[in-house]
Structure formats: C-alpha cells, structure tokens
Design a protein around this ligand. Structure first.
Ligand code: FE
Ligand code: FE
Ligand code: FE
Length: 162
C-alpha cells in the first residue's frame, strides 16, 4: 500500500492494531490459564472481554472512514505474544510466573497505548470526531488495564516478601 496522505497512514496504523487486537483475543485466554492468582486471572478475563469490544470498535472506525476492515500483520505484537508464551512454558514458582505474566502483559498494554495514542491524534487532525471518540475509549481501557496490572504486580511482590 502506497502512503500518500495522513489518512492513508491512519488506515495502515488501524490495520496494524486490528491485527494486534485479534491476536490478543487468542493470547489472553492462555495467559489467564497460566496465571495462579485469582485476581490476575480475573484481570485477564476482564481484559479479554474489553479486547473483543476493541476489535468491534476498530470495525466501527473502519466503517466511519469508509474503509474495509483489513488486517496488516503486527510483527511487534507477534513478538510480544511469543515472549509471553515462552514465559508460560518456563518452569517457575507460581508467584514468579504471575509476575512474569504481568511483565509481558504490561509490555503489550504499552504498545497498544502508543498505537491508540497515534491513531487518535491522526483522527483528530483529520477531524474524524466520531472515530476520535471510539479510539479514546479504547485508549482509556488500555491505560486502566496497565494501572490494574501495576497494582497486581505490587501485591504479587508483597506475597513474595511476606
Ligand atoms: Fe487492546
Ligand atoms: Fe504493530
Ligand atoms: Fe489491551
């Protein structure tokens, strides 16, 4: 795809996010299964439901822009998920594995926050107000998830110290 305009770049970035989110709908159940802490399991389950909504939101944004919903392989998310899967396979104490799962998940959330921050700004510049609103909703969910994971990381580490 040749990028002639900011609009083309917006669409390309949305296609990357669309691929990334769909990969996450498959990865999050595995992370939930691998987690030991009930709170961490619940956090992954909650974010799976949100992620499914985020996929739909992206479909709405494509529609608002008059574009077909298409995926462009997100190699970064592929890699982040691969790292998470390595963590799952490694032999580890449950609390340590939980901490490692949180570390992997927070990398994912930060990648998403960067991606949604970018598309939100492009949509704003292009005066795509309805899309801005949807993208901001998702951005807020990614941020809230990251903050919840930070709190969980602290409680996992507290268990270890006790
Ligand atoms: Fe997401
Ligand atoms: Fe990407
Ligand atoms: Fe997320």
């Amino acid at each position: 795809m040749k990028l002639d305009s900011l609009r083309d770049l917006l669409v390309e970035q949305l296609q990357d996010l669309y691929d990334a989110e769909q990969r996450l709908t498959k990865a999050l159940p595995k992370m939930e299964k691998a987690a030991s802490s009930p709170e961490l399991k619940a956090a992954f389950r909650k974010h799976l439901a949100e992620t499914e909504g985020q996929v739909e939101r992206l479909e709405q944004v494509f529609e608002q822009l008059g574009e077909k919903a298409k995926k462009k392989t997100c190699k970064a998310m592929q890699g982040l998920i691969e790292e998470g899967e390595e963590t799952i396979k490694e032999e580890a104490e449950p609390e340590v594995r939980d901490a490692a799962l949180i570390a992997a998940a927070q990398r994912v959330e930060h990648y998403e926050m960067a991606g949604y921050g970018t598309v939100r700004s492009y949509a704003k510049l292009l005066k795509e107000t309805a899309s801005v609103k949807l993208l901001e909703k998702t951005l807020a969910e990614e941020k809230a998830t990251d903050e919840a994971l930070t709190k969980l990381a602290e409680s996992v580490i507290n268990v270890e110290a006790a």
